[in-house]
Design a protein around this ligand. Structure first.
Ligand SMILES: *[C@@H]1O[C@H](CO)[C@@H](O)[C@H](O)[C@H]1NC(C)=O
Ligand SMILES: *[C@@H]1O[C@H](CO)[C@@H](O)[C@H](O)[C@H]1NC(C)=O
Ligand SMILES: *[C@@H]1O[C@H](CO)[C@@H](O)[C@H](O)[C@H]1NC(C)=O
Length: 368
Protein backbone atom coordinates (compact mmCIF):
# COMPACT_ATOMS: atom_id res chain seq x y z
CA UNK A 1 0.00 0.00 0.00
CA UNK A 2 2.88 2.37 0.83
CA UNK A 3 4.53 1.58 -2.47
CA UNK A 4 1.25 2.23 -4.23
CA UNK A 5 0.90 5.63 -2.56
CA UNK A 6 4.39 6.59 -3.65
CA UNK A 7 3.73 5.42 -7.17
CA UNK A 8 0.54 7.42 -7.27
CA UNK A 9 2.21 10.53 -5.92
CA UNK A 10 4.96 10.26 -8.48
CA UNK A 11 2.50 9.64 -11.32
CA UNK A 12 0.40 12.60 -10.35
CA UNK A 13 3.48 14.78 -10.48
CA UNK A 14 4.50 13.47 -13.85
CA UNK A 15 1.11 13.30 -15.48
CA UNK A 16 0.01 16.84 -14.87
CA UNK A 17 -2.10 16.81 -18.01
CA UNK A 18 -4.16 14.06 -19.50
CA UNK A 19 -2.16 12.41 -22.20
CA UNK A 20 -3.63 10.69 -25.21
CA UNK A 21 -2.39 7.23 -26.00
CA UNK A 22 -1.63 6.31 -29.56
CA UNK A 23 -1.58 2.94 -31.23
CA UNK A 24 -3.81 0.35 -32.80
CA UNK A 25 -5.69 -2.53 -31.25
CA UNK A 26 -4.54 -5.03 -33.85
CA UNK A 27 -0.94 -5.13 -34.96
CA UNK A 28 -0.09 -7.25 -37.99
CA UNK A 29 3.20 -9.06 -38.42
CA UNK A 30 4.26 -10.33 -41.82
CA UNK A 31 6.27 -13.56 -41.55
CA UNK A 32 8.48 -14.09 -44.54
CA UNK A 33 8.84 -17.86 -44.09
CA UNK A 34 6.86 -20.34 -46.20
CA UNK A 35 4.65 -22.69 -44.22
CA UNK A 36 1.42 -24.67 -44.70
CA UNK A 37 -1.68 -23.01 -43.21
CA UNK A 38 -1.65 -25.23 -40.11
CA UNK A 39 2.07 -24.71 -39.48
CA UNK A 40 1.59 -20.97 -39.95
CA UNK A 41 -1.28 -21.05 -37.44
CA UNK A 42 0.91 -22.78 -34.87
CA UNK A 43 3.72 -20.28 -35.42
CA UNK A 44 1.41 -17.27 -34.97
CA UNK A 45 -0.20 -18.73 -31.85
CA UNK A 46 3.20 -19.28 -30.26
CA UNK A 47 4.74 -15.92 -31.15
CA UNK A 48 1.74 -13.59 -31.40
CA UNK A 49 -2.04 -13.96 -30.97
CA UNK A 50 -3.12 -15.94 -34.03
CA UNK A 51 -3.11 -16.06 -37.83
CA UNK A 52 -4.43 -12.71 -39.02
CA UNK A 53 -8.11 -11.86 -38.59
CA UNK A 54 -9.48 -9.00 -40.69
CA UNK A 55 -12.48 -7.14 -39.28
CA UNK A 56 -12.98 -4.37 -41.79
CA UNK A 57 -11.47 -2.47 -44.70
CA UNK A 58 -9.22 -0.44 -42.35
CA UNK A 59 -7.69 -3.67 -41.07
CA UNK A 60 -7.27 -4.81 -44.67
CA UNK A 61 -5.40 -1.62 -45.59
CA UNK A 62 -3.23 -1.93 -42.49
CA UNK A 63 -2.46 -5.53 -43.39
CA UNK A 64 -1.49 -4.60 -46.96
CA UNK A 65 0.91 -1.95 -45.68
CA UNK A 66 2.58 -4.56 -43.47
CA UNK A 67 3.49 -6.89 -46.37
CA UNK A 68 6.60 -5.60 -48.10
CA UNK A 69 6.24 -8.04 -50.91
CA UNK A 70 3.74 -7.60 -53.72
CA UNK A 71 4.27 -10.74 -55.74
CA UNK A 72 2.76 -13.33 -53.54
CA UNK A 73 -0.04 -15.14 -51.85
CA UNK A 74 0.00 -14.68 -48.08
CA UNK A 75 -2.03 -16.85 -45.66
CA UNK A 76 -4.57 -15.20 -43.39
CA UNK A 77 -6.64 -16.88 -40.65
CA UNK A 78 -9.85 -17.67 -42.59
CA UNK A 79 -10.59 -21.38 -43.06
CA UNK A 80 -13.53 -23.36 -44.37
CA UNK A 81 -15.28 -25.67 -41.90
CA UNK A 82 -17.89 -28.41 -42.38
CA UNK A 83 -20.61 -26.61 -40.48
CA UNK A 84 -22.78 -23.70 -41.53
CA UNK A 85 -23.09 -21.10 -38.77
CA UNK A 86 -25.37 -18.08 -38.70
CA UNK A 87 -23.61 -14.75 -38.19
CA UNK A 88 -24.45 -11.08 -38.06
CA UNK A 89 -22.78 -9.00 -40.72
CA UNK A 90 -21.80 -6.53 -37.99
CA UNK A 91 -20.01 -9.29 -36.07
CA UNK A 92 -22.33 -9.36 -33.04
CA UNK A 93 -22.61 -12.74 -31.36
CA UNK A 94 -25.79 -14.54 -32.40
CA UNK A 95 -27.73 -14.86 -29.15
CA UNK A 96 -31.31 -13.88 -29.99
CA UNK A 97 -33.17 -15.70 -32.81
CA UNK A 98 -36.70 -15.26 -34.09
CA UNK A 99 -37.25 -17.75 -36.94
CA UNK A 100 -40.74 -18.33 -38.26
CA UNK A 101 -39.72 -21.97 -38.71
CA UNK A 102 -36.41 -23.58 -37.71
CA UNK A 103 -33.78 -22.94 -40.39
CA UNK A 104 -33.26 -25.87 -42.72
CA UNK A 105 -30.13 -27.08 -44.45
CA UNK A 106 -31.19 -25.89 -47.90
CA UNK A 107 -29.15 -23.38 -49.87
CA UNK A 108 -30.91 -20.29 -48.57
CA UNK A 109 -28.04 -18.72 -46.68
CA UNK A 110 -29.34 -15.23 -45.96
CA UNK A 111 -32.18 -14.00 -43.73
CA UNK A 112 -35.11 -11.63 -44.14
CA UNK A 113 -37.63 -10.24 -41.73
CA UNK A 114 -41.25 -10.58 -42.74
CA UNK A 115 -44.15 -9.68 -40.50
CA UNK A 116 -41.82 -9.58 -37.50
CA UNK A 117 -40.44 -13.10 -38.05
CA UNK A 118 -37.24 -14.25 -39.78
CA UNK A 119 -37.04 -16.52 -42.81
CA UNK A 120 -34.26 -18.04 -44.85
CA UNK A 121 -33.95 -16.58 -48.31
CA UNK A 122 -31.67 -17.07 -51.34
CA UNK A 123 -28.93 -14.44 -51.04
CA UNK A 124 -29.20 -13.54 -54.73
CA UNK A 125 -32.87 -12.57 -54.51
CA UNK A 126 -33.48 -8.85 -54.86
CA UNK A 127 -35.16 -7.19 -51.91
CA UNK A 128 -35.31 -4.03 -49.82
CA UNK A 129 -33.02 -3.84 -46.79
CA UNK A 130 -32.32 -2.03 -43.54
CA UNK A 131 -29.03 -0.35 -42.71
CA UNK A 132 -27.82 0.48 -39.24
CA UNK A 133 -25.97 3.67 -38.30
CA UNK A 134 -23.43 3.76 -35.47
CA UNK A 135 -25.64 6.36 -33.77
CA UNK A 136 -28.37 3.69 -33.35
CA UNK A 137 -30.66 4.91 -36.10
CA UNK A 138 -32.04 2.60 -38.77
CA UNK A 139 -32.70 3.42 -42.40
CA UNK A 140 -34.93 1.32 -44.60
CA UNK A 141 -34.24 1.13 -48.35
CA UNK A 142 -37.02 -0.07 -50.61
CA UNK A 143 -34.86 -0.38 -53.74
CA UNK A 144 -34.12 -4.01 -54.57
CA UNK A 145 -30.67 -5.47 -53.93
CA UNK A 146 -29.09 -8.88 -53.35
CA UNK A 147 -27.93 -9.50 -49.78
CA UNK A 148 -24.27 -8.77 -50.73
CA UNK A 149 -25.21 -5.59 -52.61
CA UNK A 150 -27.25 -4.45 -49.61
CA UNK A 151 -24.33 -5.21 -47.30
CA UNK A 152 -21.83 -3.21 -49.41
CA UNK A 153 -24.28 -0.32 -49.68
CA UNK A 154 -24.84 -0.19 -45.92
CA UNK A 155 -21.11 -0.46 -45.24
CA UNK A 156 -20.35 2.34 -47.66
CA UNK A 157 -23.00 4.83 -46.59
CA UNK A 158 -23.88 3.76 -43.05
CA UNK A 159 -22.34 1.20 -40.68
CA UNK A 160 -23.68 -2.17 -41.78
CA UNK A 161 -26.83 -4.20 -42.38
CA UNK A 162 -29.00 -4.23 -39.27
CA UNK A 163 -28.42 -6.70 -36.41
CA UNK A 164 -31.48 -7.74 -34.41
CA UNK A 165 -30.21 -8.38 -30.89
CA UNK A 166 -33.33 -8.73 -28.78
CA UNK A 167 -37.12 -8.61 -28.77
CA UNK A 168 -37.08 -4.81 -28.44
CA UNK A 169 -34.91 -4.44 -31.56
CA UNK A 170 -37.14 -6.91 -33.37
CA UNK A 171 -40.30 -4.97 -32.57
CA UNK A 172 -38.68 -1.69 -33.55
CA UNK A 173 -37.63 -3.04 -36.95
CA UNK A 174 -40.98 -4.70 -37.47
CA UNK A 175 -42.57 -1.28 -36.93
CA UNK A 176 -40.17 0.36 -39.36
CA UNK A 177 -41.03 -2.15 -42.11
CA UNK A 178 -44.69 -1.55 -41.38
CA UNK A 179 -46.04 -3.99 -43.97
CA UNK A 180 -46.81 -7.65 -43.15
CA UNK A 181 -46.27 -8.79 -46.75
CA UNK A 182 -42.83 -7.31 -47.40
CA UNK A 183 -39.59 -9.24 -46.83
CA UNK A 184 -36.57 -7.11 -46.01
CA UNK A 185 -32.92 -8.19 -45.67
CA UNK A 186 -31.43 -8.15 -42.19
CA UNK A 187 -27.71 -8.65 -41.47
CA UNK A 188 -27.98 -12.38 -40.75
CA UNK A 189 -26.27 -14.87 -43.08
CA UNK A 190 -24.62 -18.22 -42.75
CA UNK A 191 -21.42 -19.57 -44.13
CA UNK A 192 -18.74 -22.18 -43.70
CA UNK A 193 -15.80 -19.82 -43.26
CA UNK A 194 -14.42 -19.25 -39.77
CA UNK A 195 -11.49 -17.26 -38.41
CA UNK A 196 -8.64 -19.09 -36.72
CA UNK A 197 -9.15 -17.03 -33.53
CA UNK A 198 -12.93 -17.72 -33.57
CA UNK A 199 -13.90 -14.07 -33.79
CA UNK A 200 -17.25 -13.32 -35.39
CA UNK A 201 -15.88 -11.02 -38.08
CA UNK A 202 -18.08 -11.28 -41.14
CA UNK A 203 -15.83 -9.06 -43.22
CA UNK A 204 -14.88 -10.71 -46.53
CA UNK A 205 -12.63 -9.43 -49.30
CA UNK A 206 -13.01 -12.21 -51.88
CA UNK A 207 -11.85 -11.64 -55.42
CA UNK A 208 -14.63 -12.08 -57.97
CA UNK A 209 -15.47 -15.74 -58.46
CA UNK A 210 -13.95 -16.60 -55.06
CA UNK A 211 -14.16 -18.66 -52.98
CA UNK A 212 -14.53 -21.27 -55.69
CA UNK A 213 -14.70 -24.01 -53.03
CA UNK A 214 -13.11 -26.47 -55.40
CA UNK A 215 -12.14 -29.77 -53.79
CA UNK A 216 -9.45 -29.31 -51.21
CA UNK A 217 -9.34 -25.50 -51.35
CA UNK A 218 -10.17 -24.66 -47.77
CA UNK A 219 -7.82 -21.93 -46.57
CA UNK A 220 -7.51 -18.27 -47.51
CA UNK A 221 -4.71 -16.17 -48.95
CA UNK A 222 -4.61 -12.48 -49.63
CA UNK A 223 -3.27 -11.86 -53.14
CA UNK A 224 -0.73 -9.08 -52.90
CA UNK A 225 -0.60 -8.93 -56.65
CA UNK A 226 -4.28 -7.99 -56.84
CA UNK A 227 -5.03 -5.34 -54.19
CA UNK A 228 -4.96 -7.96 -51.48
CA UNK A 229 -8.17 -9.65 -52.71
CA UNK A 230 -8.80 -13.08 -51.20
CA UNK A 231 -8.59 -16.54 -52.80
CA UNK A 232 -9.24 -19.97 -51.33
CA UNK A 233 -6.36 -22.40 -51.80
CA UNK A 234 -5.29 -25.81 -50.61
CA UNK A 235 -4.19 -25.59 -46.96
CA UNK A 236 -1.25 -27.93 -47.52
CA UNK A 237 0.66 -25.64 -49.87
CA UNK A 238 3.36 -23.44 -48.28
CA UNK A 239 3.17 -19.64 -48.42
CA UNK A 240 4.39 -16.77 -46.30
CA UNK A 241 1.81 -15.58 -43.80
CA UNK A 242 0.39 -12.84 -41.64
CA UNK A 243 -0.01 -13.04 -37.87
CA UNK A 244 -1.80 -10.55 -35.66
CA UNK A 245 -1.20 -9.46 -32.13
CA UNK A 246 -4.06 -7.91 -30.21
CA UNK A 247 -3.27 -5.14 -27.81
CA UNK A 248 -6.28 -5.96 -25.61
CA UNK A 249 -7.31 -9.47 -24.69
CA UNK A 250 -10.51 -10.49 -22.97
CA UNK A 251 -9.74 -13.20 -20.41
CA UNK A 252 -12.73 -15.50 -19.96
CA UNK A 253 -11.92 -16.44 -16.38
CA UNK A 254 -13.94 -15.36 -13.34
CA UNK A 255 -11.52 -13.68 -10.96
CA UNK A 256 -11.66 -11.00 -8.27
CA UNK A 257 -10.20 -7.62 -9.24
CA UNK A 258 -6.98 -8.21 -7.31
CA UNK A 259 -6.52 -11.66 -8.87
CA UNK A 260 -7.22 -10.17 -12.30
CA UNK A 261 -4.46 -7.58 -11.82
CA UNK A 262 -2.06 -10.35 -10.84
CA UNK A 263 -3.09 -12.53 -13.79
CA UNK A 264 -2.55 -9.72 -16.33
CA UNK A 265 0.81 -8.76 -14.83
CA UNK A 266 2.04 -12.34 -14.90
CA UNK A 267 0.78 -13.26 -18.36
CA UNK A 268 0.60 -9.98 -20.28
CA UNK A 269 1.29 -6.45 -19.09
CA UNK A 270 -1.54 -5.13 -16.93
CA UNK A 271 -5.30 -4.71 -16.58
CA UNK A 272 -6.44 -2.26 -19.25
CA UNK A 273 -6.51 1.49 -18.60
CA UNK A 274 -9.24 3.09 -20.73
CA UNK A 275 -7.77 6.55 -21.04
CA UNK A 276 -9.30 7.57 -24.36
CA UNK A 277 -12.39 7.01 -26.45
CA UNK A 278 -10.30 4.95 -28.82
CA UNK A 279 -9.44 2.46 -26.12
CA UNK A 280 -13.08 2.41 -25.01
CA UNK A 281 -13.93 1.38 -28.61
CA UNK A 282 -11.38 -1.42 -28.47
CA UNK A 283 -12.86 -2.51 -25.16
CA UNK A 284 -16.29 -2.53 -26.81
CA UNK A 285 -14.96 -4.73 -29.59
CA UNK A 286 -13.71 -7.45 -27.23
CA UNK A 287 -16.13 -7.21 -24.32
CA UNK A 288 -19.19 -8.68 -26.02
CA UNK A 289 -17.58 -12.11 -25.89
CA UNK A 290 -17.58 -12.06 -22.08
CA UNK A 291 -19.51 -14.57 -19.97
CA UNK A 292 -20.11 -12.15 -17.14
CA UNK A 293 -22.42 -9.11 -17.34
CA UNK A 294 -19.55 -6.84 -16.25
CA UNK A 295 -15.84 -7.05 -17.00
CA UNK A 296 -13.01 -5.68 -14.82
CA UNK A 297 -11.00 -2.68 -15.99
CA UNK A 298 -7.78 -1.43 -14.40
CA UNK A 299 -9.78 1.15 -12.50
CA UNK A 300 -9.91 1.41 -8.71
CA UNK A 301 -11.04 3.74 -6.00
CA UNK A 302 -8.20 5.25 -4.07
CA UNK A 303 -9.61 6.06 -0.66
CA UNK A 304 -6.73 8.14 0.71
CA UNK A 305 -7.12 10.60 -2.11
CA UNK A 306 -10.83 10.06 -2.52
CA UNK A 307 -10.64 9.53 -6.25
CA UNK A 308 -10.75 6.95 -9.02
CA UNK A 309 -7.42 6.13 -10.64
CA UNK A 310 -6.09 3.73 -13.25
CA UNK A 311 -4.00 0.84 -12.04
CA UNK A 312 -0.90 2.39 -13.58
CA UNK A 313 -1.38 5.52 -11.53
CA UNK A 314 -2.94 7.82 -14.11
CA UNK A 315 -5.82 10.09 -13.17
CA UNK A 316 -9.12 9.38 -14.90
CA UNK A 317 -9.50 11.92 -17.69
CA UNK A 318 -11.61 10.23 -20.33
CA UNK A 319 -14.74 8.92 -18.57
CA UNK A 320 -17.61 6.67 -19.50
CA UNK A 321 -19.43 6.18 -16.20
CA UNK A 322 -22.97 4.93 -15.99
CA UNK A 323 -25.21 7.72 -14.64
CA UNK A 324 -24.87 8.28 -10.90
CA UNK A 325 -21.73 6.24 -10.22
CA UNK A 326 -19.39 9.15 -9.60
CA UNK A 327 -21.61 10.84 -7.09
CA UNK A 328 -21.80 7.76 -4.85
CA UNK A 329 -19.55 8.92 -2.02
CA UNK A 330 -19.44 5.78 0.08
CA UNK A 331 -16.88 3.93 -2.05
CA UNK A 332 -14.68 3.46 1.02
CA UNK A 333 -17.17 2.62 3.71
CA UNK A 334 -17.41 -1.09 2.95
CA UNK A 335 -15.20 -3.26 0.84
CA UNK A 336 -12.80 -1.50 -1.51
CA UNK A 337 -14.24 -1.00 -4.94
CA UNK A 338 -13.00 -1.22 -8.50
CA UNK A 339 -14.34 -0.28 -11.91
CA UNK A 340 -15.89 -2.61 -14.46
CA UNK A 341 -17.42 -2.13 -17.91
CA UNK A 342 -20.84 -3.53 -18.79
CA UNK A 343 -20.48 -6.28 -21.38
CA UNK A 344 -23.84 -5.41 -22.97
CA UNK A 345 -25.86 -2.26 -23.64
CA UNK A 346 -23.84 0.95 -23.85
CA UNK A 347 -20.71 -0.50 -22.20
CA UNK A 348 -20.73 2.06 -19.39
CA UNK A 349 -18.46 1.80 -16.35
CA UNK A 350 -19.78 0.89 -12.94
CA UNK A 351 -18.35 0.45 -9.46
CA UNK A 352 -18.29 -3.02 -7.81
CA UNK A 353 -16.76 -4.62 -4.70
CA UNK A 354 -13.33 -6.00 -5.62
CA UNK A 355 -14.17 -9.54 -4.50
CA UNK A 356 -16.73 -10.02 -7.30
CA UNK A 357 -15.53 -12.60 -9.78
CA UNK A 358 -15.62 -11.31 -13.34
CA UNK A 359 -13.98 -11.74 -16.72
CA UNK A 360 -11.40 -9.03 -17.38
CA UNK A 361 -9.35 -7.33 -20.08
CA UNK A 362 -5.55 -7.33 -20.12
CA UNK A 363 -3.39 -5.04 -22.22
CA UNK A 364 -0.14 -6.06 -23.86
CA UNK A 365 0.98 -2.50 -24.46
CA UNK A 366 3.88 -1.50 -22.25
CA UNK A 367 3.64 2.17 -23.14
CA UNK A 368 0.29 3.13 -21.66
C1 LIG B 1 -38.67 -4.49 -56.15
O1 LIG B 1 -39.13 -5.76 -56.61
C2 LIG B 1 -40.52 -5.93 -56.43
C3 LIG B 1 -40.90 -7.38 -56.77
O2 LIG B 1 -39.99 -7.92 -57.69
C4 LIG B 1 -41.26 -4.91 -57.34
O3 LIG B 1 -42.65 -5.06 -57.17
C5 LIG B 1 -40.83 -3.51 -56.90
O4 LIG B 1 -41.40 -2.59 -57.79
C6 LIG B 1 -39.31 -3.37 -56.93
N1 LIG B 1 -38.97 -2.09 -56.32
C7 LIG B 1 -38.06 -1.26 -56.84
C8 LIG B 1 -37.88 0.03 -56.12
O5 LIG B 1 -37.40 -1.53 -57.82
C1 LIG C 1 -31.81 -4.49 -26.93
O1 LIG C 1 -30.59 -4.26 -27.63
C2 LIG C 1 -30.27 -2.89 -27.80
C3 LIG C 1 -29.00 -2.82 -28.61
O2 LIG C 1 -29.22 -3.42 -29.81
C4 LIG C 1 -30.06 -2.25 -26.43
O3 LIG C 1 -29.82 -0.86 -26.61
C5 LIG C 1 -31.33 -2.45 -25.59
O4 LIG C 1 -31.09 -1.96 -24.29
C6 LIG C 1 -31.70 -3.93 -25.52
N1 LIG C 1 -32.96 -4.06 -24.84
C7 LIG C 1 -33.22 -5.03 -23.98
C8 LIG C 1 -34.59 -5.04 -23.37
O5 LIG C 1 -32.38 -5.87 -23.68
C1 LIG D 1 -18.32 -17.31 -14.73
O1 LIG D 1 -19.45 -16.56 -14.32
C2 LIG D 1 -20.55 -16.61 -15.22
C3 LIG D 1 -21.62 -15.65 -14.74
O2 LIG D 1 -21.76 -15.68 -13.36
C4 LIG D 1 -21.06 -18.05 -15.32
O3 LIG D 1 -22.12 -18.12 -16.24
C5 LIG D 1 -19.92 -18.91 -15.81
O4 LIG D 1 -20.32 -20.27 -15.84
C6 LIG D 1 -18.71 -18.77 -14.89
N1 LIG D 1 -17.60 -19.51 -15.51
C7 LIG D 1 -16.82 -20.33 -14.81
C8 LIG D 1 -15.74 -21.01 -15.58
O5 LIG D 1 -16.96 -20.51 -13.61
Amino acid sequence: MKKMAQTLYFSLLVIALCSLSEGIQRRYHYINIEKTWTEAQRYCREKYTDLATVNNINDMNELKKTVNNNLEFVWIGLKRTDVFTWKWSLGDPVKYLNWETEPSTDTNNCAVMRNGKWRQQKCIDKLGFICYNGDKSYIIYTSNATWREAQSFCRQYHTDLISVRNQTDNQLIHNIINDPHTSVWIGLFRGLWEWSDNTDSAFRYWDSGQPDNSGTDACTVTNMNNEGKWHDLSCSVSYTFMCHEDELILIQKNLSWTEAVRYCRENHVDLVSVDSEKIQLWVTSVVHQAWTAEVWLGLHYYCLMNLWIWVRGEVVCYQNWAPGVQIQLNHCSGEHRAGAVQSGGDHKWISLPRSQELNFICTRNKEN
